[in-house]
Design a protein around this ligand. Structure first.
Ligand code: SF4
Length: 239
């Protein structure tokens, strides 16, 4: 969408995001008809076809900022219900979740009691959570933020121990950034099976055989790019 002149390959065609699949473009259109004076803001983890029917794309780091920039009182937001709950605290817009309850299956695996038990064992640990986690998980976290914000927090925090409530793969990156502290997964099985389909071997084969090329129909590409540009332009204005 952003680099139409480049070749984009996906190492495993079966790697889909189940959360993105919860919001087909047809559903976005249906909600638009139901709420004609609203604006549609979609999380970046959505299908290209769904992006084509939204007014702006956002990330977990800037969802509220993008909503606040929209010229409408009601925002149709999707697909992540949990991210909408988190963003509500930072906007006075009326949020309507589309679909009614979209979610990331990986972030739904965390359990509040289990995190509180870990906190008892490691009272000096700081709990870092992604806003795709349910509200009760965010409530017991010391810090809630996007992947990039969690990373930055781990770099600047004085804590020596962190309990991490997001896809466990992030811990690898966190350890590379700080090898002098301890990172404890809030749940060791919080693994995205879809992301893990992209193995090193498949990346190698993908490059070797130039497979499998990702293509986006030109009309979808143009519309989706416009929605992403709204976010990028907002970011420039904010910074
Ligand atoms: S962790 Fe997996 S299921 Fe969850 S948002 Fe990311 S790609 Fe989608």
């Amino acid at each position: 969408i952003l680099n139409s002149d480049k070749t984009v390959l996906i190492p495993d065609k079966n790697a889909l995001c189940p959360m993105a699949a919860m919001l087909p473009a047809e559903l976005v259109q249906l909600y638009r008809e139901k709420y004609p004076s609203s604006k549609v803001v979609l999380y970046i983890n959505t299908l290209a076809e769904a992006k084509a029917y939204c007014d702006a794309v956002c990330t977990s780091a800037n969802s509220a900022e993008i909503m606040n920039r929209m010229d409408a009182k009601t925002i149709l937001f999707g697909p992540d219900w949990n991210l909408a709950q988190y963003a509500k605290d930072y906007t006075d817009k009326t949020l309507v979740s589309i679909p009614k309850f979209g979610f990331c299956p990986v972030h739904m695996l965390f359990n509040k009691e289990a995190i509180l038990s870990l906190k008892k064992i490691h009272p000096d640990a700081e709990v870092l959570a992604h806003p795709e986690c349910p509200p009760e998980i965010c409530e017991v976290a010391d810090f809630v933020g996007s992947t990039s914000k969690i990373y930055r927090q781990a770099l600047v925090s004085k804590s020596r121990k962190f309990i991490v409530a997001t896809e466990v793969g992030l811990i690898h990156r966190l350890k590379k950034g700080r090898n002098d502290v301890v990172f404890i997964p809030a749940y060791e099985e919080a693994v995205c099976a879809h992301m893990k389909l992209h193995t090193l071997e498949k990346v190698y084969l993908s490059l070797k055989h130039m497979r499998y090329e990702v293509t986006v129909p030109p009309k979808i590409m143009t519309l989706a790019r416009n929605a992403v540009d709204v976010m990028l332009n907002t970011r420039e204005t904010l910074s």
